[in-house]
Design a protein around this ligand. Sequence first.
Ligand code: FAD
Length: 267
Amino acid sequence: MRRDSNSPSLLLRNRIANSSGQVGRNFLCHPNAKAIAIYDQDVQAWKGTIQGYQVHEFFDEGLMMATTMVPPGLIAMSLPYIGEQSMAMMEKYNRMVVCGVLVEDTGAGRVTVDLFGEAKMRYDLNDRDTANMIRGVALLAEIYFASGAREVLLPFASLPSIGSVDEIKKIFSHPIPKNEIECLTVHPMGTCRMGLDRKRSVVDSHGESHDVPGLFVADASVFPSPIGVNPQVSIMALAHPHRPAHSRTRGALLHRGLTVNLDRLRR
Ligand SMILES: Cc1cc2nc3c(=O)[nH]c(=O)nc-3n(C[C@H](O)[C@H](O)[C@H](O)COP(=O)(O)OP(=O)(O)OC[C@H]3O[C@@H](n4cnc5c(N)ncnc54)[C@H](O)[C@@H]3O)c2cc1C
């Protein structure tokens, strides 16, 4: 069986590049919650590019919203309905818009390895980020109703849907426990963070290990803080073998556990 090989667990297992004790710490992930709008008429939001629309107005508050019209099976799976009720809701697929709220997290988790060397991750959503996520969902509901939505399905077990803009205040009428929020993440970051201070970071500003010359980490684990937007393009830039720091150095490129000897590649 292939072992998991994300950068922090690879370094921790091999007991290298961790004189700072920071490998695996500072785990950030952009916690994400979605809300679904149902319109009276077909909108066919599944047509075109996924995430073709984003709301950037709340960047300063650590919030970004993006349409993420996933296939019917994934939506059905995430709804709090089963059987006929689920079928009835999914018949409205053409009238749905799905949008996620991304929170630029202020809390952090940690990746460790257990006795057998397998990665363990712990992340607790803190109160501030929870409140921000709830506010983001409320803002999204406001946008949906302003654009003519008939109903908004919320990611809260105790308040699964609202039918008008006036009902948005229900979101704030009682505290929503964290374990009642349906949330997810697809942006792990920060566990081999970049920095100038070798006591507080794992790699330098070129992504090179402070401890092991020639060892580069080139994935989202080097982000020193949450970046607040989708990370893929930045990760690709970091991982590009022709970026100046890599090409000037004869060494190894660590890309999520995939260690590529650059010297061998050049031969
Ligand atoms: C559902 C989903 C939707 C997303 N949507 C977006 C989006 O819209 N925009 C965006 O910017 N980001 C998005 N992301 C995030 C983005 O995909 C990741 O942040 C990014 O792919 C991480 O890049 P990476 O190179 O660090 O890791 P990965 O892309 O995970 O690459 C790691 C590679 O290493 C390989 N590997 C692992 N172990 C080994 C081993 N032992 N030996 C050999 N190879 C190995 C894996 O097979 C994989 O190919 C999404 C993520 C998910 C899961």
